[in-house]
Ligand binder design. Structure first.
Ligand SMILES: NC(=O)c1ccc[n+]([C@@H]2O[C@H](COP(=O)([O-])OP(=O)(O)OC[C@H]3O[C@@H](n4cnc5c(N)ncnc54)[C@H](OP(=O)(O)O)[C@@H]3O)[C@@H](O)[C@H]2O)c1
Length: 409
């Protein structure tokens, strides 16, 4: 393989991290061209090989490897798909693009004998895709759950550890570069959902579309929710989860009350955490930097080295497993509202719903994931917050505590 054989699209946070890794580990000369969008942007360093999208002089087909690290999923689709169509080896970190198009992209990869790797798209520096794809290809996985979005986790840590409002915590996350100017994808639970979709393909061999899975983000979390969690020694985390219930798959992204014996309890700030539970391997816990220039650049560089060795994902479980997805599972939730009137339109969707406090503002209930999905927009409109419980053991603890509080009052 000759030098000057890589074309890099995007030279932002991750693109620059990747270039740093390439430069310090081998020969940065391997990078033939870097394509960026904005002609007039001030750049920290301007490598002579930078071109803009308007003046692309080098054809992708003349390159060995194309590394796609641009911001837009829509634009990225065109360039990833076109390169896989001509059998190129392509690396991407674009979780939205991958989650929305995984089946098509795998087909293009196979039909044209290309390669498509994307470790950097899921939980930054935590090498979870290759762990699931390679090391646990023959293991029966029961569940994969975790904190997949560093921005939301940073905001939740701030709310718990400092007396700040949600908006101030979000502003700080944006200032530090953990959250985008438009934070919807992070705080709305979409970013975590995309990563969950990709993980599910490797852990369970099932490719789902993002719209098939319920995601509720952290925008509705109030000071009262945080106080409630603290009083009971719990934390609120945005948990993405894919698990087998019976022989059927259940997926969700939900703000969740977790207790101190949950491994994810210790994952703070911009860190990510992943718990993998398998039939024979038991429970394993991975924690690491979920984003950032060098942490993500590092795994993109590892993808490049894997490509140099001829590595491809085997997707073994896609061929072997065929799980049905079940959204009728019932979960336990705590619901908080400022006004009980606002519950009128949604209370029939619950299997059960009981007041948890004496003010009639907090309720504990059971609801199926599909019914929760059906009332998601009502909850947002009426500013009702929902917290899932990590498991039903918490119900006894919380209801007993509330009875004690009533007696004390
Ligand atoms: N940031 C993270 O920590 C992180 C972690 C994991 C995965 N990711 C994913 O990695 C990808 C890149 O993220 P980022 O944070 O590096 O983004 P970023 O800092 O906003 O940089 C995006 C880069 O893409 C360029 N660009 C945009 N549209 C382009 C186009 N059509 N053709 C060529 N270049 C184009 C931009 O050009 P200009 O410089 O001219 O504006 C910029 O250099 C995204 O898919 C993101 O979801 C990011």
């Amino acid at each position: 393989m000759g030098t000057k054989n890589i074309k890099l699209y995007g030279f932002g946070v991750v693109g620059q991290g990747f270039q740093d890794y390439l430069a310090k580990n081998e020969n940065a000369e391997r990078l033939h061209t870097i394509i960026v969008k904005n002609d007039s942007k001030q750049r920290k360093a301007v490598p002579s090989i930078i071109e803009t999208t308007n003046e692309k002089t080098v054809l992708d087909k003349d390159m060995d490897v194309v590394v796609e690290l641009i911001s837009s999923a829509k634009e990225a689709y065109g360039l990833v798909a076109e390169n896989l169509e001509i059998g190129k080896r392509v690396i991407s970190a674009n979780k939205k693009l991958i989650a929305e198009n995984l089946a098509d992209l795998i087909q293009l990869e196979k039909e044209n004998n290309g390669t498509f790797l994307y470790e950097g798209a899921v939980c930054g520096s935590i090498p979870i895709i290759r762990v699931l794809n390679d090391l646990f290809a023959n293991e029966s996985i029961n569940a994969v759950k975790g904190i997949f979005n560093g921005s939301s986790n940073y905001i939740l840590s701030k709310l718990f550890n400092e007396e700040v409002s949600y908006n101030d915590a979000l502003l700080e996350a944006q200032k530090l570069g953990f959250a985008e100017a438009d934070p919807t994808s992070d705080v709305g639970g979409f970013d975590a959902l995309y990563k969950l979709i990709i993980i599910t393909a490797h852990a369970f061999g099932k490719i789902l579309k993002p719209e098939q899975v319920l995601n509720i983000g952290i925008e509705g979390i109030s000071k009262q929710d945080v106080e409630f969690a603290k009083q009971h020694g719990l934390k609120i985390k945005l948990i993405a989860k894919a698990e087998l219930v019976g022989h059927q798959l259940t997926l969700s992204v939900l703000p969740t009350l977790i207790s101190a014996n949950n491994d994810l309890f210790t994952v703070e700030n911009e860190f990510n955490g992943v718990v993998v539970e398998g039939k024979d391997i038991g429970s394993q816990f991975y924690k690491g930097k979920g984003a950032g220039s060098l942490p993500t650049g590092s795994v993109i560089y590892s993808d490049l080295k894997a490509i140099d060795r001829g590595y491809q994902y085997n997707y073994k479980k896609l061929a072997n497993e065929n799980y049905l997805v079940n959204n009728t599972n019932v979960i336990s939730v705590i619901l908080s509202t400022k006004d009980t009137y606002s519950l009128q339109d949604i209370e029939d969707e619950f299997v059960s719903l009981y007041p948890l406090d004496i003010y009639g503002k907090q309720f504990i209930g059971k609801i199926s994931l599909e019914n929760l999905a059906a009332i998601k927009f009502n909850l947002q409109k009426e500013k009702i917050s929902i917290l899932a419980l990590e498991n039903d053991n918490l119900i006894d603890e919380l209801t007993l505590a509330s009875v004690k509080e009533e007696v004390l009052v």
